[in-house]
Design a protein around this ligand. Structure first.
Ligand code: NAD
Length: 435
């Protein structure tokens, strides 16, 4: 099928490359001409494991192209995907300006019956708004389908190629049939297509992220209580996860959730509820708990140095900056909150992240020293904080680390280190909710 993917970010590029891999003819469009030029040269503007190989394969074959000409791409396409950003606006509502700008541009460019698919995360009612914006500019037949995306950064290709479900929110049978065919190779093992009305499809995406956020915040809140009671949240987690009604995933206490989705999607969902004069108490609490949790590491560090003159002038090594392992995305990352607190308190921050270095440089410039390796970051440090649990940071050489650091103090923001082991090597260990 001939596809246009409008917006070539984490979602659009993965989806575009994924569809192209199954032989579709895909043009990925982006308004950022620099991004398009880089992609044309074979450079990837984002880090996502395996994406370089996937993109290169179809690009070389000629069925994955990049362009900043939306009209040209839309005119030739049977299916047009909207995958542009929907950040939070100052009111908390999803900012739909990019989605609506794309809808306005799609209308005049339609060349015949076209399925317009919204992959961006958008509030209930957006499919209808997009439909009327397009209709205002065309007499061509078209349908709008809500098709929220559930991929997660760091494992995006796997999620896209083998989705748990593909949601199609539309009442248009012809459009559903076209998308059923398009997604057939992705859902071959099991029929994972779920057809529903657009409003349910749009709400399902927010419900999914809110549920996951609630689980994380529940564990984070419990972790703080466990700490006070002398219990260990890791033991509690294992006990909880063994119950099949609960399940083991998304039960890790830590430094809070971040990323380009959970924070803004929870805000947008709360805003939607407010407009309906409904309250979502649990979601609001999950959000508040998370804001609080992002401060916890900074507070623990401040408490630790209280007796020795405070954090000012101390050298603090930070391992892991991206909001989670497997991505270079720093949006709303807990590390950004921690580093802001450390810098405000006058600490010297040496940081290392396996892939987020460029984004970190763009964000902090000279204010944070970016080290080329995890061990370089720890040299002369008065404390080391693990914020993002990249594989290589989970089992460091603690003996080497101890020799490099000025003081052997560890803050484990993801509870991945063995407290007894590191204490036996002479470290002072602080986890989240651990004995
Ligand atoms: P992103 O910021 O990485 O990419 C968006 C892209 O759209 C950018 O490259 C931008 O230049 C481009 N763009 C903006 N306005 C445009 C326009 N008018 N015309 C053409 N291109 C335009 O965003 P993302 O992380 O890929 O997210 C996209 C959407 O998917 C959001 O609604 C997000 O909530 C949702 N989503 C994201 C994820 C994720 O893990 N990142 C997962 C599921 C859903």
């Amino acid at each position: 099928m001939r596809l246009a993917m409008i917006g070539t970010g984490y979602v659009g590029l993965v989806a575009g490359a994924g569809f192209a891999d199954f032989g579709n003819d895909v043009i990925c469009v982006d308004s950022d001409e620099l991004k398009v030029a880089r992609l044309e040269r074979g450079e990837l503007p984002i880090y996502e494991p395996g994406l370089d190989v996937l993109v290169a394969r179809s690009h070389k074959r000629g069925n994955l192209r990049f362009s900043s000409n939306l009209a040209e791409a839309v005119e030739q396409a049977e299916v047009v995907f909207i995958a542009v950003g929907t950040p939070a606006s100052s009111s908390g509502a999803a900012d739909l300006s990019a989605v609506m700008a794309v809808a306005d541009a799609i209308g005049p460019a339609l060349g015949g019956y076209t399925v317009v698919v919204n992959k961006s995360t958008v509030p209930v009612g957006t499919a209808e708004r997009v439909r009327s914006r397009i209709a205002a500019h065309t007499r061509q037949p078209f349908a709008v389908v809500a098709n929220p995306e559930f991929l997660k950064e760091g494992d995006a290709i796997n999620d896209f190629m083998k989705p748990n479900r593909v949601i199609l929110g539309s009442d248009d049978e012809r459009a559903r049939e076209i998308l059923r065919q398009l997604y057939a190779p992705f859902t071959r093992t099991n029929d994972r297509l779920q057809c529903m009305d657009p409003a349910s499809a749009e709400l399902a995406k927010y419900a999914n992220n809110a549920m996951l956020a609630v689980r994380i915040s529940f564990m984070n809140e419990l972790a703080l209580l466990a700490e006070k009671l002398g219990a260990d949240i890791e033991q509690v987690r294992l006990a909880l996860g063994a119950d099949p009604r609960i399940g083991a995933k998304f039960l890790y206490a830590g430094a809070g959730y971040g990323g380009s989705c959970f924070p803004k999607d929870l805000k947008a969902l709360l805003h939607t509820a407010e407009l309906q004069e409904s309250s979502l108490e649990l979601v609001a609490a999950a959000e508040r708990v998370n804001e609080r949790q992002k401060q916890v590491l900074g507070e623990k560090i401040a408490r630790h140095f209280e007796a020795t003159g405070g954090v000012a002038g101390k050298a603090i090594a930070v391992w892991g900056l991206a909001f989670k392992p497997g991505t270079d995305d720093l949006r709303e990352a807990p590390a950004t909150v921690l580093i802001a607190a450390l810098l405000a308190a006058g600490a010297k921050v040496m940081a290392h992240d396996p892939v987020a270095g460029d984004n970190a440089r763009a964000l902090w410039g000279e204010r944070v020293t970016l080290a080329p390796s995890m061990y370089h970051a720890a040299e002369g440090a008065d404390a080391l904080v693990l914020v993002t649990e990249w594989h290589e940071l989970r089992r460091p050489d603690f003996v080497r680390l101890r020799a490099l650091m000025r003081a052997p103090v560890l803050f484990d923001g993801r509870n991945v280190w063995d407290a007894a082991e590191v204490r036996s090597l002479g470290f002072t260990y602080h986890g989240i909710g651990r004995r």
